[in-house]
Design a binder for this molecule. Sequence first.
Ligand code: F6R
Length: 608
Amino acid sequence: MCGIVGILGATPVAPLVIDALKRLEYRGYDSAGIATLEEGCLTRRRAEGKLRNLEARLSEAPLKGLSGIGHTRWATHGKPTEGNAHPHATDRLAVVHNGIIENFRELREELVADGAHFDSETDTEVVAHLVTREMRRSNDPVTAVAAALPRLHGAFALAFLFEGHDDLIIGARRGAPLAVGYGEGEMYLGSDALALAPFTDTIAYLEEGDWVVLSRGGAEFHDKDGAIVAREAHKTQAGAFLVDKGNHRHFMAKEIHEQPEVIGRTLSHYLDMANGTVRLPVDMPFDWTKIDRISICACGTAYLAGIIAKYWFERLARVLVEVDVASEFRYREAPLPKGQLAIFVSQSGETADTLASLRYTRQMGQHVLSVVNVQSSTIARESDVVTPTLAGPEIGVASTKAFTCQLAVLAVLAIAAARARGHIDEAREKELVRELVSMPGLVAESLKLEPGIESLAYELRKASDVLYLGRGTSYPMALEGALKLKEISYIHAEGYAAGELKHGPIALIDEEMPVIVLAPADAWFEKTVSNVQEVAARGGRIVLIGPEGAAGRAGVEALAEVAMPAMPETFAPIAYAVPVQLIAYHTALSMGKDVDQPRNLAKSVTVE
Ligand code: F6R
């Protein structure tokens, strides 16, 4: 969601704040703002739209202060206007906020009755007025923040800068991440370590409910009861990751093309390459043979990775899997027999609904395993065991490399479970591992299909609706294809299990609507081909993604054929993700859309 940063610097901080915000822009990009202390006086610059608009404002009217806070916004309360952009300020302080203040209406009424004047439609502004009211009472920023925080309900991270206090920033964390960075006579606060990577690699994280008082000399952490606590600083790897586009036009293109490398890196973390077997780097705190049921829970693309994994766990390890969208699961009150396994899949590790579901399964006595890309995230920290994806930072809003790395980890876990439960022998394990190890190469082969997909995208951009079909593991891939296309091109798209066609969606088929069929050479191929024929019989415009010559075998004339390399069937979704991603990318690109920062979306969904 929103990105926040705070810097107590030795030189003017505005350029540093902008630099950090650029690395946080993936979290939200509908407006941005900065506040600094100019000779002790709070001064703000804010702008609607992308960060570049704020940069333009700053070049017209520069700021020179040595202390500052900044924000890049994903609107929750109030339109993305300059007036609603953070920081919000009073005569005493400025504040930036990520998250939601759930009781802002009551607080606003109370504060208005007390004489406060509100300038924006945001929930955040109540925080500014609440702390200001406390400041008028105590005249001490630390006392004021400590008194105000318990009044706030919701999930948030906050950073405060105070008029006349050049060596002070206060941060608070409840339900949204916040990191403290240590420099040489400088201190930093940010939504994640990546934002602070240009300045420092020494990072401490606030724990849930903590708040922190920063000065240039260091940080004083308080827990939710106000007690001073120690929070250890660690060296992070964040600086090792370059957050740039390399030779690519967009982060999404770069991340799609990085897949052979990062899937390979992820697999080698979990496999004994010399023996050709699975070697999990951590012990599982449960016995696979005692697990009768796995609950997988996630949102969006990560949820779709979970559905693919269901097929793998059920087929290979013969264990029942339930997959849920986290926003539904968290309130469904599903009865879960004690001692079973719950798996949470999340790129960011901060998704609010996934985290709430994790906490529910913990209450229900489940073993909690998470597959996350950000190892310092809340979901990782609250899990019994973490099997990370080693995709590196994913900046494009549409998930690509994180998704295929999630599939790689889930595939390894399914093989481990199958072996431990005695459903496969060593020879079969080695065969499956061999197949899995071939996937990075097959992903690289699939990337060579890009020129043909670019031409296809030129046709697809004229469509107002697109249908994706698949069976077996290609069914969730069809859902992923539709999700990817709609989120970055804004073309309406739906994914269906091909066998469901006759139960409704076939009514949509006409000479206008492209029907993209995912048909790998697997156990479901012939069945999918029959569905393709049904579409052809109704004049449908078929795009067939399958093995060489699939359209000929189906006896249909396709609008386009994407001929995938021959591959082992079980893990085919890892390679079939590539054409699905490239179709969305090139269609959006040919329509002139902003593929990395599509409208209304944000990368890390820390509100429910
Ligand atoms: C789609 C996409 C989203 C995320 C979802 C979950 O391309 O990126 O659907 O997959 O918001 O996010 P994480 O994985 O961070 O929990």
